[in-house]
Design a protein around this ligand. Sequence first.
Ligand code: COA
Length: 343
Amino acid sequence: MVPLRLRPYRLSDERIVRRARDDLRADDFELLYRFDEFAGWTDYLAHFRQARFGHGLNEGEVPSMLLCAELDGNYVGQVSVRLATEEYVTPVGGHVGVGVLAPYRRQGLASEMLRQALIVLRAEGVRDAVVTCHDTNFASRAAIEASGARFDGVFSFTEGAPPDMRRYVVAPPTSSLWLRPLALDDEGSARAAHAEILPEDSHFLLQWSPEQAWPSYLARLRDEQLGRDLAPDRVRGTFVAAVVGDELVGRASIRFSLNEFLAAWGGHIGYAVIAAHRRRGYASEILRQALVVARAEGVERATMTCFDDNVGSSSVIERAGGVLESIGATHEWPERMRRYFIM
Ligand SMILES: CC(C)(COP(=O)(O)OP(=O)(O)OC[C@H]1O[C@@H](n2cnc3c(N)ncnc32)[C@H](O)[C@@H]1OP(=O)(O)O)[C@@H](O)C(=O)NCCC(=O)NCCS
């Protein structure tokens, strides 16, 4: 697996980004779309921080993330992820745009960037991702085709001109695990998973009670994902179902920041796997994908916790590169707890 990371841009990235923008223009690739309409880098970043939540959008723009791709601390490219589908823009521009800087090409990075972008998109609820590229951009075509994309035809970028673009659709995998928001028809299987896991002193659904109507629970999860009306003791985060095909096998809860409670217990990412699906590597895969989502939302160093005797969970964290920071009790949690971080 390529140790590539997608993260939001920082103010301090301005110099490298501007240089990359000039380099990529040689390939007719506009790295910073409509940059000249903004007062500068600070203003541009502020726009994207808002655009992630669907605020301050220009016409035709959808909620989106502009992510910097880093490999071993080097800036290697950029991914733009459009988090919603728009009637006119999506069929032309697609949900994902990838650019790799010239010195880093021919190493499979575009495929890896696309793979991670698809994880972010699916966790947001975009199931079938549209990806487009120029007909003659063979490197891009190869990366898209390697992601299992289905060719969906050619079209012309400019009305009336001959077709010069290709459109693909990438559906979720049918036989491997992927993360997506809980849906209305998950109610039965999620309730059953919750009831099943309770005797283990774990929760499948978080902040949920059996009396709560399922649609209102889902609406609250969506509010938390967008940071809307957060209670003082809650942080922005997302709750995703882990499914194989369409079967619910587990869940992840991904927090994009920590409060005092989460710093002591819970950390950035929590997960659970339904008993019948354990020991198949699912928790490890859930954590791998959850880390991609967390990083894209700005988590740079993920804190993870588990009880000292939870051998399954500590192995999963260690396999994901978790570094043990401490083992001990806190006044709130008298049991011994392991705290790890993952860079
Ligand atoms: C902990 C949990 C998430 C593990 O899920 P899983 O899908 O079985 O984990 P994986 O298959 O990815 O396990 C990876 C490795 O962890 C270790 N492991 C997992 N479960 C284990 C167990 N019960 N005992 C010992 N080792 C275990 C193994 O080394 C395993 O690899 P292997 O099967 O090749 O030997 C699952 O048991 C669970 O949901 N428990 C209840 C909720 C919970 O504890 N969540 C974590 C809170 S911190």
